[in-house]
Design a protein around this ligand. Structure first.
Ligand code: BGC
Length: 763
């Protein structure tokens, strides 16, 4: 709708009507203004399916919602690294929303996985901002192509469940920009979500709902967001402050209390009516969009979408280990399916994303109905119960016996609901002891043991060397069983890659000592070193690195090249690499391009993922993957200029099988076009000055002039007499020397010569 018409609406509204638009009508509906034809619309969770509640409402997934289809959660879909797949999922969800008259789906959930312990990691995509932003962006694109809105959440720095409604996430500006805002930035700029959901928590002491810097300066002014901001459910703190900061809609209903607060603030002159009008205009810019583009012929075809859920999950499953090519399984072998999750998979997480699945397909159902094997070829034993973490000796013995008499055992394990959920964090990274014990016991008697995992976040695997293969199915949606069976038996070649690191132990994680925080302050002292940025920089051994994922075929890389050897910061760089399917079956590979600065004046991760793509190859086929990099691929956020900054210098372009296995690399020189204005003082160090090309020239000339014979003599003495101080050592010591110290240590330097030097440097 045109802005002029929207303003016309606003001019016809009373103060109370305008204030009324700023909070919901009930749990899931916005308020309308009937006399003016402003609609009331429904929003609903999600985001990996519909949680449309028609009766009793809640935000924790407790009460019943309509029967729907549960698709794989974010942890799984991110592993596909496949934008087209996420777009398709978005289109399906958009269509479902149209059929169910839902104007906006509350998602995607796209917070960074700062620690594997966050209870809600299963909903989130990645520890890497590019992957989060690209995956979420593709989903947003798909949903909105059906004229249904999205609400990327939880904006921002909502990386723990512990005290999520009061805790303050505290970080420096660079960490905020490079990691936590970057996760949202690309998706918001490119896909223009209709709405954004602000997080419960505070950022550096200010609640997100009233954080003007985030909601207005960054979102609207910098990123050109033109939709409305709604609160997470119950995330309102001070309504008037929030309105001023840029928060349009409080959800759910406030019972009229905060509407009155807004109206009173205008009357009392505390709040300018112009701001209220502005918030209403931003809101009305979106609210008609859905009604005006209704698709009344849309159908929610449960069965069709169930099939899609299976197909999508097949693209997400990650083959973590496959010793001696034990997988895929032959249909001729007698296989024991062991573990409760073979019969009753854990396929989704608890909380607001909980879907009332109309049916669930287990691996056992699938293997018996998909024509893979004759029924007698697959035997089953429950192995454990996940109601409580207790070893049931009878179930364990029965499972061992069943596994013993088969050619291979597939153990279905993972995390029970109680171990990870919205609302609280995990206390550790372990699987239940009853499952670990089962895996050990079965692997001890069955050399062909395979583990299939159903979990929303990394787990420790103390039995990893005892088993032949591990398949990470994540929380794979209601058709997970069929998808897993298709992968186990090779109907589908696995192509998922990890969008997060699996550390060896929770103690290895970058924020282990600080996670959760104290007294409602959570200090992000690891800075930008989140996930692989930390492990790779420290060259740490991990269980499975970010980006890892095997296939039933093998891929080789060759001929990494760029279209230029040197670019200016404003230029574009095309990077190409040839990928060959060197094995015997068709497969898909995730091509990962990392950029590694060869030197920097700031502390940077050893490499960062800057582009990725998924490629499908027939056996023997070679395809070229080309990426286009712009300045952001080389930039860091400078706290001096409060902007992105590209340093001149050499960067290495690296193709990685994962973040810790670089197979090809080539250099490129990037020339900065941004000048950081510098004000040198007597406390500026010689190193700092030498790092600046202009400073270097002036200093070298100045030094040459200042250094009289005496200085040269000192140098000669150093060279001849004192072997303990080499010129490298001297240089290293000088690096940190402030200008003022030259007075004491460099013969011939006077206060006047120093001031003249300073004037030249700052001139
Ligand atoms: C969650 C949101 C959800 C909302 C509505 C909140 O508790 O954090 O993700 O969309 O409830 O159910």
């Amino acid at each position: 709708m045109e802005r002029a018409r929207i303003r016309e609406f606003i001019s016809q509204m009373t103060l109370e009507e305008k204030a009324g638009l700023c909070s919901g009508a009930d749990f899931w509906h916005t308020k309308g203004v009937e006399r003016l034809g402003i609609p009331s619309v429904m929003v609903s969770d999600g985001p990996h399916g519909l949680r449309k509640q028609e009766d009793a409402s809640d935000h924790l997934g407790i009460n019943e919602s309509i029967r729907a289809v549960c698709f794989p959660a974010g942890c799984a879909t991110a592993s596909s690294f496949d934008r087209n797949l996420l777009r398709e999922l978005g289109e399906i969800i958009g269509e479902e929303c149209q059929a169910e008259n839902i104007s906006t789906i509350l998602g995607p959930a796209m917070n960074i996985k700062r620690s594997p312990l966050c209870g809600r990691n299963f909903e989130y995509y990645s520890e890497d901002p590019l992957v989060s932003s690209e995956m979420a962006g593709a989903l947003i694109h798909g949903v909105q192509s059906k004229n249904v809105g999205t609400s990327p959440k939880h904006f921002m720095a909502n990386n723990q469940e512990y005290h999520r409604m009061t805790s303050s996430s505290e970080m420096d500006e660079r960490t905020m920009r490079e990691i936590y805002l970057a996760a949202f930035e690309g998706a918001v700029k490119k896909e223009k979500p209709w709405t954004i959901m602000n997080a419960y928590n505070k950022l550096n002491g200010t609640y997100l709902c009233e954080n003007q810097e985030m909601l207005t300066d960054v979102l609207r002014d910098e990123w050109k967001f033109d939709g409305y901001v709604m609160t997470d459910w119950g995330a309102m703190n001070d309504r008037v402050k929030a309105l001023k900061a840029g928060c349009n809609l409080e959800m759910p209903a406030s019972g009229g209390v905060t509407d009155e607060e807004i109206a009173a603030a205008v009357k009392d002159g505390i709040l300018s009516e112009k701001i209220l009008d502005q918030r209403c205009e931003e809101y009305l810019n979106i609210i008609f969009r859905y009604e005006e583009n209704r698709n009344r012929t849309a159908v929610f075809d449960l069965e069709k979408d169930h099939e899609a859920a299976r197909r999508i999950e097949e693209e997400c499953i990650v083959l973590l280990k496959n010793e001696n090519d034990i997988l895929p399984l032959s249909t001729e072998r007698r296989v024991a399916f062991i573990g409760k999750y073979a019969e009753a998979p854990r396929y989704q997480g608890g909380g607001s994303s909980h879907i009332n699945s109309f049916k669930v397909e287990s691996a056992l159902d699938a293997v018996r109905t998909f024509d893979y094997t004759k029924a007698e070829k697959v035997v089953y034993a429950q192995g454990y119960d996940d109601a409580e973490d207790r070893i049931d000796e009878k179930l364990l013995e029965e499972a061992v016996e069943t596994a013993k008499n088969a050619n291979a055992a597939v153990i279905f394990a993972g995390l029970p609901d109680s171990f990870e959920s919205e609302g609280y964090d995990r206390k550790h990274m372990r699987m239940p002891e009853c499952q670990n014990a089962l895996i050990r016991a079965v692997a001890a008697i069955q050399p062909n043991t395979i583990v299939v995992l159903h979990n929303g976040a990394p787990v420790e695997m103390p039995w990893i060397h005892d088993v032949k293969a591990v398949l990470e199915a994540y929380l794979g949606g209601q058709a997970v069983g069929g998808a897993v069976v298709n992968v186990l038996y090779g109907k589908t070649n696995p192509s998922g890659h990890l969008a997060e690191t699996f550390p060896l132990r929770v103690q290895d994680t970058p924020c282990y000592l600080n996670y959760g925080g104290e007294h409602d302050r959570s200090v992000y002292s690891e800075g930008v070193f989140v996930g692989y940025r930390y492990y790779a920089s420290k060259e740490m051994e991990v269980l499975f690195p970010f980006g890892h994922g095997l296939s039933y075929t093998t891929f080789s890389y060759s001929n990494l090249r760029t279209d230029k050897e040197q670019i200016k910061e404003s230029g574009l760089l095309h990077v190409s690499v040839d990928v060959t399917n060197a094995g015997k079956c068709a497969g898909k590979e995730v091509v990962q391009l990392y950029v590694a600065p060869k030197g920097s004046t700031v502390i940077r991760p050893v490499r960062e993922l800057r582009a990725f793509g998924k490629i499908s190859l027939e056996p023997g086929e070679t395809k070229t993957m080309t990426f286009c990099l712009d300045r952001r691929a080389f930039a860091y956020w400078s706290m001096e200029i409060h902007n992105w900054y590209v340093e001149s210098g050499e960067y290495e372009l690296q193709i990685g099988k994962n973040a810790q296995d670089i197979v090809l690399s080539c250099p490129v020189y990037v020339e900065s076009e941004t000048v950081i204005p510098k004000e040198y003082t007597l406390n500026s160090t010689l190193g700092e000055i030498m790092a600046d090309p202009k400073g270097k020239a002036i200093l070298e000339q100045g030094m040459a002039e200042m250094m009289d014979m005496g200085t040269r003599q000192t140098e000669e003495q150093t060279q001849q007499g004192d072997e303990a101080i080499s010129s490298e050592m001297m240089e290293a010591m000088m690096e940190g020397m402030p200008l003022r110290q030259m007075l004491s240590f460099v013969p011939g330097v006077t206060k006047e010569t120093l001031n003249a030097l300073l004037a030249a440097l700052n001139g």
